[in-house]
Design a protein around this ligand. Structure first.
Ligand code: UT7
Length: 324
């Protein structure tokens, strides 16, 4: 018994924010952003467009691709750090809107690693008897972005990606998942205000503490190291080498991070999925959006060996190896 990806879907908001648009908002330039990050534009939600709105669109596409009805779902796991409300879990709003009458629903909080963490949970639930688990990464990062902070506002974008994970009795599917964390590095990426440590107040808002703060340079170094380590660990656990991979689909954070990881692993550029130029860093949505695109572009076919790699706030890092 294996858990396989039966269908994928993604959705991004219509509105596009280009680097040129950002030049009018903070002291930056298209040239700096492209050179330092690889990002050219990102999609941003319109006022009133929330995490569950993007998630439902992506989920409906994934269900259609998998030919699974919402009524058949046993569970919905939503990876997000930008849910509609602090309470309840946004996954419950999605459960209702999809009409997934018998599905359990909860959110997974693992920032940019959320989709791979959710994939690992779905894999475990399938192996213990569930038939269909819907996993979604959906983020409205624009809502927690400080649009006056040039260190962070150039990076993030909004979007959603979803996958239906189903029980399968052939050899293909999720071969293994590897999840890690190191909370001693929690201050590298954080939203300091709005939680129980520093509840929302006029002071919190005045000091802009409800927005993402990031130590970009330090995060960069840890990201390169952990992505390489977890990729090697995953391949070794499956007695496979880098040369066996058909496609590496990493979290789309920064092209320089991904080029450094690919070069350390000895992966040629054509085996690395990159789409951050058009979406920016969409946190938990970045891997499923990239996976969905790779499938639709024919870069992933039946039998392809696909490695996922993620890192993000927590810090957390994670990977998964899939025989498609
Ligand atoms: O999924 C979440 C995980 N997070 C990440 O993946 C982020 C990882 N880190 C990064 O992607 C990079 O560190 C950044 C893109 C955020 C920054 O690039 P960097 O090469 O690490 O630049 P830096 O922070 O060392 O800053 C270099 C210079 C600074 O100026 P000074 O102090 O040298 O005069 C910054 O003030 O670049 C300046 N700078 C900018 N200049 C123009 C910072 N942001 C900008 C900007 N436009 N937007």
């Amino acid at each position: 018994m294996r858990a396989c990806i039966a269908g994928m879907g993604s959705y991004v908001p219509v509105k596009v924010l280009t680097n040129t648009d950002l030049e009018g908002m903070v002291a930056t330039s298209d040239e700096w952003i492209v050179e330092r990050t690889g990002i050219r534009e990102r999609h941003v939600a319109s006022p009133g467009e929330a995490c569950s709105d993007l998630a439902v669109q992506a989920a409906e596409r994934a269900l259609a691709a998998a030919r699974v009805s919402a009524a058949e779902l046993d569970m919905i796991l939503l990876a997000t750090c930008t849910g509609d409300y602090p309470l309840p879990a946004t996954a419950c709003l999605i459960q209702h809107r999809l009409g997934a009458a018998k599905a359990a629903a909860c959110d997974v909080s693992a920032a940019c690693c959320g989709f791979v963490y959710a994939l690992s949970l779905a894999d475990a639930y399938i192996k213990t008897g569930m038939r269909h688990v819907l996993i979604i990464g959906s983020e409205v990062m624009s809502g927690i972005t400080d649009w006056t902070d040039r260190n962070t506002c150039i990076l993030f974008g909004d979007g959603a990606g979803a996958a239906v994970i189903s029980a399968s009795d052939n050899d293909r599917g999720i071969l293994s998942t590897h999840l890690r964390s190191d909370g001693s590095l929690c201050e590298l990426i954080t939203v300091p205000g709005g939680g129980s440590r520093l509840p929302l107040s006029e002071k919190v808002v005045a000091e802009r503490m409800q927005y993402i703060k990031m130590k970009g340079n330090e995060t960069f170094k840890v990201a390169v190291r952990t992505l390489e380590e977890v990729a090697r660990e995953t391949l070794a656990a499956n007695h496979l080498g880098v040369e066996d991979l058909d496609l590496y689909v990493p979290h789309q954070a920064n092209i320089r991070i991904l080029k450094a990881v690919a070069s350390r692993l000895g992966l040629p550029p054509e085996k690395v999925m990159l789409n951050l130029d058009r979406y920016g860093n969409t946190s938990a949505a970045s891997i499923p959006i990239a996976l969905d695109e790779a499938v639709r572009q024919g870069r992933i076919k039946e039998g392809s060996l696909v490695l996922l790699g993620a890192f993000g706030a927590g810090l957390t890092w994670a990977s998964a190896l899939i025989r498609w």
